[in-house]
Write a new protein. Structure first.
Length: 169
């Protein structure tokens, strides 16, 4: 029991460090890019450009011309993150890749939720051609989600469960 508590604390410390990294990059982007033209890292492919996302992930709601209030988006993020944390804590005996996936998703969700509380919007600054502008928190959520899909996809049964009969020939 002591070891599992230590592992949980280590994962929560990792979450805190990842949220810190996310906010450090957002602060750097705000300071260096806010009133400047985009920084061309790889012309035609990748830029760093300061933008304010008042919607949800990858500016999806703005593309649909929907503009919910910041408090509603924060409430939605709070409920989703709380549900994710509850699910994560119920899976405390899971393997480390699953814990890592949960930690990445929670860190990204918290990073953007805290940004929304502090600023009223999320700072995005990484722009890859043909993709909406995003940030480190978005990368964490996507990477964690992929890791969770890989972990759970590997456990998927290859044959139907025993209580399901095969169709007649």
């Amino acid at each position: 029991m002591q070891r599992s508590r230590a592992c949980l604390l280590a994962l929560l410390l990792c979450v805190a460090c990842l949220v810190g990294c996310d906010h450090a990059t957002k602060l750097a982007a705000e300071t260096a890019l806010r009133d400047h033209p985009p920084l061309r890292l790889w012309p035609g492919v990748m830029d760093l450009a300061y933008t304010e996302n008042h919607g949800v992930a990858f500016s999806m709601l703005e593309r649909l011309s929907l503009h919910p209030p910041a408090w509603a988006l924060f409430a939605l993020a709070f409920v989703a993150t709380s549900a994710l944390l509850a699910l994560w804590f119920r899976r405390r005996r899971a393997a480390w890749p699953e814990h890592a996936g949960f930690a990445l998703v929670v860190a990204g969700a918290l990073g953007n939720a805290l940004d929304r509380v502090a600023r009223g919007h999320v700072v995005d600054f990484i722009h890859v051609r043909f993709w909406p502008v995003f940030n480190v928190a978005d990368i964490l959520v996507v990477a964690g989600g992929i890791l969770l899909l890989l972990v759970h996809g590997r456990r998927a049964p290859l044959s139907p469960p025993a209580n399901i009969s095969a169709p007649p020939p």
